[in-house]
Design a protein around this ligand. Sequence first.
Ligand SMILES: Cc1cc2nc3c(=O)[nH]c(=O)nc-3n(C[C@H](O)[C@H](O)[C@H](O)COP(=O)(O)OP(=O)(O)OC[C@H]3O[C@@H](n4cnc5c(N)ncnc54)[C@H](O)[C@@H]3O)c2cc1C
Length: 773
Amino acid sequence: MQTTQDEIQQLEDAFKESARDFLSAVSPLSRIRALRNTDPGYERAIWHKMAQAGWTGLLIPESLGGLEQGLRAAAAIAVEVGRSPLPEPYIASAIHPAAVLTALPATRLRDELLSRIAAGELIAGVAWQEASDVALTSNAEATVVIDGDHARICAVKRWVYPANADGWLVTCRHSDMDAICWVPAASHGVIAESHERVDGSLAVTLHLNQAAIPASHLLAQGDEVQPLLEQAKAQTRAVQAAELLGIATEVFGRTLEYLKTRIQFGKPIGANQALQHRMVDAYLQVELAQAVLKEFLAVPAMNPADFAAGCARVKARCAHAALHVTRLSIQFHGAIGYTDELDIGLYFKRALHLNSWLGGVLENRRLALQSRETALEPANSPADSAIAAPADGNWNAMSEPAFRATVRQFIKANYPEALRNPPQRLHWKDLKDWYLSLSSQGWIAPAWPREHGGMGLEPDKLIAFFEEMEAYGVARMPDQGIINIGPVLIKYGTEKQRRQYLPKIIAGEHIWCQGYSEPNAGSDLASLRTEAVLDGDEFVVNGQKIWTTLAQDATHIFMLVRTDKEVKKQAGISFLLADMKTPGITVRPIRNLGGEEEFCEVFFDNVRVPKENLVGALNQGWTIAKALLDFERIFVGSPNQSRYALNQLRLIAQQKGLFNDQAFLDRYAASMLDVDDLQALYAGYADIVKRGEALPPSVSLLKIWATETYSRIAMEVVEAAQEQGGDAAPILVGDSQITPCARLYNSAITTIYGGSNEIQRNILAKLVLGLPV
Ligand SMILES: Cc1cc2nc3c(=O)[nH]c(=O)nc-3n(C[C@H](O)[C@H](O)[C@H](O)COP(=O)(O)OP(=O)(O)OC[C@H]3O[C@@H](n4cnc5c(N)ncnc54)[C@H](O)[C@@H]3O)c2cc1C
């Protein structure tokens, strides 16, 4: 019978909970302190308890006494070990050797070793490394020679864990083939020389000088040995990643608490915005690490290359998070952070140890780039089985793949190739035909209920619809009518307003713009001063709006106006509609950084607006405006812009030969993983929307990571273009025309509008982290 995802989750939670209980009993930090820099640095009695709890048999088949629970359970426990560091070699002896042995062909010795590991009778390690570079092969110099029933092995293996093991799985060469031998520690010719690691644990340099073992201890040889060793290392990295996530989570929590309680200058230090924003960035790293690990572990089966790339990716992200958070925590604790007495130092050192063992951030990014077959493929290559798009299907009843294929097919057939992924905002004249073809298809308002001319899509289909548009590079339309004012009128408007405006939005007769911002009311929008005074049946509007996108193309404006100056500023704002042709309205386009007239100033000079154009009740405008923001935030967090920019970076770098430059490759790998990890973060929030739930305030993280990743890559594009990066003219790369600076300008908008990233950080600091004002 197949186990469902829910059942797996429940089991994982159960492991976590029991791990927490177990660790609180056996692993106070005082044990780490007491055992550090001692030989072997752990206690066999505790190891036996771990075995009784099943921890040593997690990867081992039930038939050999294990629990056979796999990587998810191993990772769930490792997260808790990260939070309550354990001196015993959980990863070195319960994970790594078990991962190697379970992949080997069954033999009596292999089964015996696995049973003894599961029972806690045997502490084993893997001796595979000879140089400090993890990308090197596992057995460069080591050799084994067989003579009858006996074998002799010569090797020097470094960074072998743990110290004082009962034996090691040693990689070597035999008759020109890769091989693995079991070498008991007590064998003649074995010298284990230990040295201290930064966290106080011990690593061993294993000198095997004609070490004598029975010939039957040659466990495997041949072509399958290297791949299985790499897979075992990959699995071990994934469990290390989980432990690193645990470290990051624990230290983040402790630091947050400190920021709330440490008083300087008469207030908690966490009230300082500089610290708040850095704390939000640390939180972002923790959340990213969590999202990436969760996404990776949820995939039931992968081919070996994807699996290896995935393990390297999660290790790189979680190691980065742990190092970032622990280092920041030392800073935020001031001088006490620099003392040995504070436990943060123990976590920091543990993160340093785990990071360097089996490859640190840089090496794992490189591994992820090398082993991922798809890394250099074009971003936009949607394969689809074309399904003719009916105008009026029962979309919500369709399977998601069928729905996506239908949408894709329609876009391909109707969207102009020349307008894909434009680096600037397009005007109504450019997009009118596309708008009208969506309109006649009945697809212009995917989120609106059917009774108002929309598609009535449920959240999962809505996300799929927008994702397909974005993946194809469909430009953003003059869509304020569709995404903003339409939903406002449906929720807060009168019947007359709905009848008057909604059909014209659908038909493309009314084009709306959004008049919120003013010269002195940007981030602090509630300070707006454009005034509307009731005079008989009309409001008289005076003031100025600014940054109004495409106001020159708009037939109508919806705006926030001040209707009461005497009350708290949010309480005196109303939501008003106006026809742009009304006398007294003047529009002055503003040229942007890219030389385009994308936004405008809009002046109101005694503009008389009918009273019936008020939406909702008088002075309720703030509530209405706020209700819209949530929905937008998920889309600004979509990974597509970054993915597209990454693809441009790849094309330019190929043309310039930069993939031969290790420094560029390292930056490219980092960018690639930043985009992949954004995808994982986005998927988590998209799932919330799909379930029909309200987005939590932490969704601001998504906006920050999406837009800053996009901005970083856009800057890389300019750098990669070298001298051409400063040209105003496009570069021809294959069939594509790329203007590096245009993408950079475009990225600059994203960190400003929709609530600037600094404002998002303020929101997170206060609403999510609960930092003091
Ligand atoms: C391309 C584009 C299109 C736009 N379209 C529209 C539109 O159609 N309609 C509309 O109404 N508006 C529009 N806007 C305006 C947008 O909403 C504002 O630019 C945004 O809210 C920021 O306001 P501001 O530009 O006045 O910057 P300011 O609020 O003056 O901010 C300046 C800087 O100070 C930072 N800052 C401000 N306050 C704080 C604080 N408390 N803590 C920390 N940092 C702070 C900001 O993050 C920013 O970096 C658009 C903007 C752009 C760039």
